[in-house]
Design a protein around this ligand. Sequence first.
Ligand SMILES: Cc1cc2nc3c(=O)[nH]c(=O)nc-3n(C[C@H](O)[C@H](O)[C@H](O)COP(=O)(O)OP(=O)(O)OC[C@H]3O[C@@H](n4cnc5c(N)ncnc54)[C@H](O)[C@@H]3O)c2cc1C
Length: 341
Amino acid sequence: MRDMPIAISHNYSLREHNTFGLEAKARQFIDYNSVEELVEILSILRDSGEPILHIGGGSNLLFTRDFEGTILHSCIKFIEEVSHDDQEVVVRVGSGVKWDEFCAEMARRNYYGSENLSYIPGEVGASAIQNIGAYGVEVESIIQQVETIEVLSGEPRVFDKSECEYGYRDSIFKNRLQGKYIVTAVVYRLSTVPVVHLDYGPLQQLRSHEGVPTAQEVRDAVIAIRQSKLPEPDELGSAGSFFKNPVVPVEVFRQIAASYTDVPHYVISEDEIKIPAAWLIDQCGWKGKRHGGAAVYEKQPLILVNKDHATPADIMELATLIEQSVLEKFNIQLSPEVNYI
Ligand SMILES: Cc1cc2nc3c(=O)[nH]c(=O)nc-3n(C[C@H](O)[C@H](O)[C@H](O)COP(=O)(O)OP(=O)(O)OC[C@H]3O[C@@H](n4cnc5c(N)ncnc54)[C@H](O)[C@@H]3O)c2cc1C
């Protein structure tokens, strides 16, 4: 049994728990330190019928209002090697570990697989919900299992990667099972031999490198690129990419390409093309534009920022205006990557 009572904070400010830096309050907020504590908390909350939201680092959340319920946050922190051979290593990680601390540790041990995802804000638990991705790699490529607790029953369930229905920034936990399971640990499988992904433009320079670059060298390059392009949450509030890159029928792409010969795109299949949302937004003239305290980031129009004491309404209205203008100009409906709460 635990020695300490569970600490519950009431009428709790969430400003430090969302990278937009928006003010909102939770009726209750609970940090827990173990699976046992989580199960106990859930059994208490179940009886009260309290709405529950689990958050990580709040780097993909937009609090649109106060949360009239209990917010849970994992402080389960461990990184343990389950197995290790001359090809790969299996590493089990607590959901409350900061994602980039995990990436830093893997690069330090010279394990390959997470280095392209370095410096993404947030925590390990959310990585498996969001299927985070950057520079040609998605986290599903290294996930083996996701350990969870079912909210309703408090029972453990381990999802194999094949059960997680991963897609572009998507998983079963964002759809059919949304809010039903809490991630307590993630099991990753990384390579102990060099396997690097250097297709993304600025990373290609590492190809001229003598021999295969180390995981640490790729990580350093990724961090340098990110620091030059993306706002630091401590300095300028944002939630990263606000919209997903739309995947459109090839016919829609052809119509756009007839007027814009330089439209960037990635072929997804014979029938579908992905167009960068940043390009669409830029073509509508949004870069650097302000709406109340919110703005479109000057260096990357896919990012909406809290420029000056933005309210949730400022950000939501700006997002709607952008969606409307992209729809009018290109007949493409953008959808948010950010979770509205
Ligand atoms: C500057 C910046 C750059 C970014 N760059 C990238 C990028 O390159 N690629 C990318 O993919 N994302 C990027 N993001 C978005 C964000 O970092 C990721 O989505 C991240 O995984 C969110 O993690 P989090 O811990 O902050 O989760 P939160 O934002 O707190 O939560 C995200 C979702 O996960 C759920 N959740 C969180 N923890 C758990 C848990 N333990 N159990 C169950 N559900 C849980 C929440 O309910 C919510 O639905 C960026 C964000 C910022 C601010």
